[in-house]
Design a protein around this ligand. Structure first.
Ligand code: FES
Ligand code: FES
Length: 189
């Protein structure tokens, strides 16, 4: 560049504004705790988030959010599933039962009552998921063996109780006439 000439000012390149595409949504119909539900949801939304955020069913807890802790367990067509690993759209056409369906008004479900009596919970974070798995166990095996109870609880992490109170509660509830029934769940099989 010759003497006396001025270097042109550097101009930063103009980057095109990134426009986020609108989130893909889908309309789903399903039955939740005995009630028909129709909703439009983001296709990437998990069933757990859908239950908590869209339906206000915050009894379903989220711990690890990758299928390990079991806190988010709900029943899908009667079978315990990790709702953090399912998309809400996968629930379309199915029946979902959450912990909110267990009690009737002020009356605790026999399992909940047994957990209360046998100190089966402390902070209660893991409890909704454990209740749903235990409920399915007692519905299918009204008189489970200790091994069956332990196997069921093996899918759940509890950081508080040391598990003995939970085992005692499930065994205490076993065999009570109403332990395997919940009003909102349709008959299986
Ligand atoms: S939150 Fe779903 S398994 Fe932990
Ligand atoms: S009661 Fe606290 S994690 Fe289980």
């Amino acid at each position: 560049m010759g003497e006396g000439t001025v270097a042109p000012a550097r101009v930063a390149p103009v980057r095109p504004r990134r426009v986020r595409p609108p989130a893909a949504t889908a309309t789903v119909t399903l039955t939740v705790n005995g009630r028909p539900v129709e909703a439009t949801v983001e296709v990437r939304k998990t069933l757990a988030d859908f239950l908590r955020e869209d339906l206000g069913l915050t009894g379903t807890h989220l711990g690890c959010e990758h299928g390990v802790c079991g806190a988010c367990t709900v029943l899908l067509d009667g079978a315990p599933v990790r709702s953090c690993l399912l998309f809400a759209v996968q629930g379309a056409g199915h029946t979902v039962t959450t912990v909110e369906a267990l009690s009737t008004g002020e009356t605790l479900h026999p399992l909940q009552e047994a957990f209360r009596r046998h100190h089966g919970l402390q902070c209660g974070f893991c409890t909704p998921g454990i209740l749903m798995s235990a409920y399915a166990l007692l519905r299918d095996h009204p008189h489970p063996t200790d091994a069956q109870v332990l196997e069921t609880l093996g899918g759940h992490l509890c950081r508080c109780t040391g598990y003995q109170g939970i085992v005692d509660a499930v065994l205490a509830a076993a065999g009570t006439a109403a332990a395997g029934t919940v009003g909102a769940e349709p008959p299986t099989g």
